[in-house]
Ligand binder design. Sequence first.
Ligand code: EPU
Length: 418
Amino acid sequence: MDKFVIQGGTPLVGFIPTSGAKNSALPVLAAALLTADEVVLRRIPRVRDIRTMVRLLVDIGSDINVNGETVTLKTPKIVSPEAPYELVKTMRASSLVLGPLVARAGRARVSLPGGCGIGARPINYHLSGLERLGAVITQDHGYIEAAAPNGLRGAHIVFDRITVTGTEDILMAATLARGETVIENAAREPEVVDLANLLVKMGAKLEGAGTSTIRVQGVTELHGADHEIIADRIEAGTFVIAGLMTGGALNITGCIPEHLGALTAKLTQAGARISQPDSTTLRVEPSGTLRAIDMSTEEYPGFATDLQAQYMAIMTQANGISIVTETIFENRFMHAQELQRMGANIRLDGRKAIIAGKSQLSGAGVIASDLRASASLVLAALVARGETVIDRVYHIDRGYERIEAKLSAVGAQIQRVE
Ligand code: EPU
């Protein structure tokens, strides 16, 4: 298992590029199942979750060619409408094939995900949405079977709670359902909009993506398309924090600054100097010691839960007490204990973390527990005194493309060792 060895204390300076968004890439890859034609997807990040999704789609029946960041898919026929436990347990987003499979093949068999490092993460809203669209759902041996042999029909779906992949799953299914579907309390994340843009290119009729009500007029068939996905706002946000924490002058290029509004607003309030030299770049400059500012995660356009761990890392370096509240997942504070081992002063109280700063962090052996938790440990290590060894970096490889190469190119002392 690979580890990162990091020597803290060097400011990050220069230009660091942003990759395509993992959480856009996953649903758009699944969307290719909706047509027999060729779908070309560009700027797909080379991360482990994407390789897992590609494996799943190949098993289902897609012919796939991966050429750098361009993935070309063609699925003349659904050979096996199934997502097995071995894949679903490593990547919950496998459930994104559920909607497209039922819509295209009239049948899907997908393993139930079970719990994971950050919470229970059930898929009940995906299932009740599909039921509303007319699918019959049964459960057996840990698998969900969804069947709609005569096709899906449009329906009015109100999500009890905002769900990102749930919205994406139902949106994809609805494109091929008979008649109109209205999805209310839909997720408004930029990744949902990106998926909707691809679906429209494929011939889907829909409006309202990016708002909480999406309307879809079902069509009988979708066709091929060519689509470049959006920049990864979580990766870009992680780099913004890295630049600030190390006191560097760092330009995060190829990003979409509007997608990072909640983060940059909080950091600016804390005293960070962040500017936008052009429409796709964010620049951070040495800002002195920041002030502690409370933060609560929310669905988009609120503060992303996927940046909570990284925000906690920077708050250990801010003066004063900040309270970070996690409202989306029930168990997403695993990084707190590891940050404490590096000298952070953090107390957990249910869904709140109380951080007292500024702490001098010192290098230690730590363990990455999930994707974003690992990112927060990398950030802490970049400012810690001495050497930090982060174990189980396969977690970070799920969603960050060559993070060690990108960070060393702007001055970080980070090495991957086997
Ligand atoms: N939930 C249910 N039932 C459902 C669906 C969700 O109870 O059927 C709950 C979840 O357990 C959670 C909340 O609703 O407490 C929100 O979950 P959501 O469905 O929005 O999460 P997701 O779609 O599974 C996506 C991202 C996550 C990101 C969350 C929240 C992808 C592939 N994954 O997950 O990304 O944290 O939205 O923004 O888009 C990551 O990239 O590190 C990551 C975990």
